[in-house]
Design a protein. Structure first.
Length: 210
């Protein structure tokens, strides 16, 4: 046992000394280190789970993700892929033209009049809030179509087809983009240009007409 004022070396610890003054600091240090390791490990696991939940493809096929067959439509000279919500409309029935009139990038979408003012393009249905917006869309659909068929722009970076929230939208260089939800949108905005470049490469390989 060490006398008062004696420095305890690693030899004492290895011998399993029973002195409380020598072992307690070691135990406390070990406990703190263990807690830090556990905390870091848990944080990494939670982060990984979040990423998987957002970008995990709805269906995997070969090396690239592919959309479920019900989201592939034919028309306009070939096959197109759109995210069609449960109500049967692209962008959940939001007016695609109206987005371009919103001044606040965090503003909610403008709902189209489902069953009243609508049109089809590439075999997919779109709804509009006014007849004027419908006419504007039909005059130049390519200008107002959501990029990647309305699928999540962030997930598309990883080759995944994931649903979207019509309120998680952005217009970049005159193109409409939508994302899975607001938190996903924030991640996408943080590195927007790189994400778009990677997603564009994947989308072009799919050879969709939209």
């Amino acid at each position: 046992m060490s006398s008062p004022g004696t420095t305890v070396g690693h030899e004492d610890i290895e011998k399993g000394t029973s002195d409380e003054t020598s072992t307690t600091p070691f135990k406390q240090k070990f406990s703190r280190r263990t807690k830090i390791i556990l905390f870091v490990t848990l944080t990494v696991l939670v982060a990984a789970a979040v990423v998987l939940a957002v970008v995990l493809p709805m269906h995997l096929g070969g090396g690239d993700a592919v959309p479920p067959q019900e989201f592939v439509v034919e028309g306009g000279g070939g096959k197109a892929s759109y995210y069609v919500a449960d109500n049967g409309y692209v962008i959940s029935g939001a007016d695609p033209v109206a987005y371009f009139s919103l001044d606040d990038k965090n503003a909610p979408h403008v709902a189209g009049k489902i069953g009243e003012i609508e049109a089809e393009h590439h075999g997919a249905k779109f709804a509009f809030s006014t007849e004027e917006n419908k006419a504007t869309f039909l005059a130049d659909p390519a200008k107002y179509l959501p990029r990647y068929g309305g699928w999540c722009a962030y997930a598309m970076t990883f080759g995944a087809y994931v649903s979207t929230d019509p309120d998680a939208w952005d217009i970049v260089n005159g193109t409409l983009y939508t994302n899975f939800d607001k938190p996903t949108q924030d991640k996408w905005r943080a590195n927007q240009q790189d994400f778009i470049a990677d997603a564009d490469k994947f989308w072009q390989r799919q050879e969709w007409v939209n």
